[in-house]
Write a protein that binds this ligand. Structure first.
Ligand SMILES: Nc1ncnc2c1ncn2[C@@H]1O[C@H](COP(=O)(O)OP(=O)(O)O)[C@@H](O)[C@H]1O
Ligand SMILES: [Mg+2]
Length: 460
């Protein structure tokens, strides 16, 4: 009888053992340094195989679930690997011949290009340059074409009607919960998703909107759900990115949504609720407005801490209802937000700009006039307002207007609405909320009730 000894059982080299393990495991086992040494021993082809073998990199929730579902919903935090999972799923559908006519849906053409197609986790990035199956991107035709004939067409939430005609067997929408018109996009997409075993992947940070709540409702046999948190993907995230989102969200309500991917229902203690905003929402603004204002809540941006300046456009009708028409908030220098504010003033033929002067004093008006001059050489009427008391006190009368059905979102403003529905009066200052409060106060709140506000003068 043969005995087992080192002569008859081939001793496997470390590299051989490692080669059979998922890469993620290997890294875990041997540590970064050894892993790097190991990589140094590989040939270019081996390296390619290793780098682009998604099955061995992916965490379980990032791989296609088994079963005959038609919708795969990946609800996960920022940076948790949603886009990468979508791109890899498309790659695998194409490889298996299941994805021939693919729809890629993003909020805007720029988002589709910069994230889904050319982004660091997008479709082009996950093929090696040497891979014969690598697709070609044809920007002018808004499509991606694979050597095996498969095609992906890019659609945007800004023009959902384009989704109506063509049929698809595969669809991927990225960050749909932040689209401004989810129901339109979704119904059009469903119309066209009718070929054979057609399937749709939805990768998104959750928001407690009807669309998401419907998908996660119990009893839906057509939907499978994966969950992920930002921290699950820490090892693959850059330090600046982590620092930025952690400072922004850690310990905040919104962080539970943005990092932990919780579906935040109405929050006790928050002044606004999703149900109230939904109830008051209108699809289009009334034609006749008696007054339109642009409201700006400027922030002093420092190099390491660039926060957003809230810019909200709101109109008032003769019956004293307010309509939120636009959210032009942005992260920018003073001249940058002044430019955006003046632009909004012109775009909506507004009557004036209202700006908070707590950050910047009279300079706020000066900055706006400088920009106005640069633009069209007309003076823009500006009212400067000064917040002398706490935010909550300023916000309460405005929240009351919402409760009384006197304030309406025209379409949806995901970021603004998130701020309204999660803010409890302390912590990071939400600038869109502030601008919203200033706008509604200026248009609709009787000044004797607007405690905590001092109305200064701009140039009026
Ligand atoms: N399982 C994984 N292994 C290695 N890198 C990953 C994995 N999942 C995601 N990544 C990388 O992490 C980064 C963030 O992923 P991304 O898909 O952009 O996150 P999200 O869309 O959720 O914000 C990207 O560089 C992506 O390629
Ligand atoms: Mg993404």
């Amino acid at each position: 009888m043969e005995t087992l000894n080192s002569a008859t059982v081939p001793v496997q080299s470390a590299a051989e053992i490692l080669a059979r393990l998922p890469i993620r495991k290997v890294k875990e086992l041997v540590g970064d340094e050894v892993f790097r040494d190991y990589i140094d021993t590989l040939s270019v082809d081996e390296l390619d195989r290793l780098m682009y073998d998604w099955e061995s990199w992916a965490r379980p929730e990032q791989l296609e679930p088994p079963g005959s579902w038609s919708i795969w919903l990946y609800l996960a935090g920022r940076g948790s690997g949603k886009t990468r999972t979508g791109a890899e799923w498309i790659k695998s559908r194409v490889k298996r011949g299941k994805g021939r006519h693919i729809a890629l849906i993003s909020q805007s053409a720029a988002d589709a290009r910069d994230v889904m197609v050319e982004g660091e986790a997008g479709i082009l990035a996950i093929y090696s340059d040497r891979d014969p199956n690598r697709p070609k991107y044809e920007p002018s035709k808004r499509r991606i074409v694979w050597p095996n004939g498969a095609q992906a067409t890019i659609y945007t939430a800004e023009d959902p009607d384009q989704l109506r005609g063509p049929s698809h067997d595969t669809a991927w929408t990225d960050e749909i919960a932040a689209f401004r018109n989810v129901p339109d996009v979704w119904s059009n997409l469903m119309l066209g998703l009718r070929l054979g075993d057609s399937r749709c992947f939805i990768s998104t940070t959750p928001r407690a909107i009807k669309f998401i709540k419907d998908l996660v409702a119990p009893g839906r046999t057509d939907v499978v759900i994966s969950h992920g948190r930002t921290r699950d993907n820490f090892e693959n995230l850059s330090t600046p990115f982590l620092n930025e989102i952690i400072t922004k969200y850690e310990g905040t309500r919104l962080g539970r949504q943005e990092l932990e991917a919780e579906i935040l229902e109405d929050i006790e203690g928050a002044l606004w609720s999703r149900s109230i905003l939904d109830r008051n929402r209108v699809k289009e603004a009334p034609k006749e407005m008696v007054k339109i204002i642009v409201s700006i809540d400027p922030t002093v941006a420092t190099a390491e801490n660039a926060t957003e300046t809230g810019i909200i456009v709101m109109g008032k009708t003769a019956d004293n209802h307010g309509y939120c028409l636009a959210d032009r908030s942005l992260t920018a220098s003073p001249l940058g937000w002044a430019k955006a504010g003046v632009q909004a003033y012109h775009d909506f033929s507004a009557n004036k700009i209202v700006a908070e002067k707590n950050n910047g004093g009279e300079m706020v008006n000066l900055t706006i006039q400088t920009m106005a001059e640069k633009n069209r050489t007309t003076i823009v009427p500006v009212t400067l307002v000064w917040a002398s008391r706490g935010k909550l006190i300023r916000a309460e009368p405005v929240a009351a207007l919402d409760e009384q059905k006197k304030l309406h979102m025209v379409g949806s403003f995901p970021k603004l609405e998130d701020e309204l529905c999660t803010y409890e009066g302390e912590g990071n200052s939400p600038n869109r909320l502030d601008a919203y409060v200033w706008a509604a106060t200026e248009l609709l709140v009787d000044r004797k009730f607007s405690r905590g506000l001092t109305w200064g003068r701009g140039n009026e």
